[in-house]
Design a protein around this ligand. Structure first.
Ligand SMILES: [Ca+2]
Ligand SMILES: [Ca+2]
Length: 121
């Protein structure tokens, strides 16, 4: 038996969940990363990634640049707004005040999402 494999590089991925997010009958993947300490040079591709299943184990990756400063500790999937499309809720982790100050310095403001709800439209 030969299994087709996919490899998607994502450093410090803390959780990946497979669900049919686009209701087309196949499983897609959402993955989030937790870094042990804040990485100011972190890329959007290393934060939250949505892998849409195109069939035959072919996936297209999408990113959310606005949330790249989170250290995503927890994630859950559900239809929170009852529109029959799955949503994703994430929670981030900040180790201490020094790390928080570094994030604020890099972001330029203190508006950092601690809990994030992603919905589809
Ligand atoms: Ca799907
Ligand atoms: Ca929904």
């Amino acid at each position: 038996m030969i299994l087709k494999k996919i490899f998607f590089p994502m450093y410090d991925c803390s959780k990946a969940m497979a669900r049919d997010f686009d209701n087309d009958g196949d499983l897609d993947i959402i993955a989030a990363s937790l870094f042990g300490s804040y990485q100011e040079n972190k890329k959007p591709t290393e934060s939250i990634v949505y892998l849409m299943n195109n069939g035959n184990m072919d996936f297209s990756a999408s990113y959310i640049p606005e949330v790249m400063h989170g250290n995503w500790l927890t994630m859950e999937v559900g239809d929170f707004n009852k529109d029959n499309l799955l949503d994703v809720v994430l929670g981030t982790y900040v180790f201490d005040v020094q790390e928080l100050m570094k994030i604020i310095e890099v972001n330029g403001n203190a508006k950092i999402p601690q809990v994030l709800l992603l919905t589809q439209f």
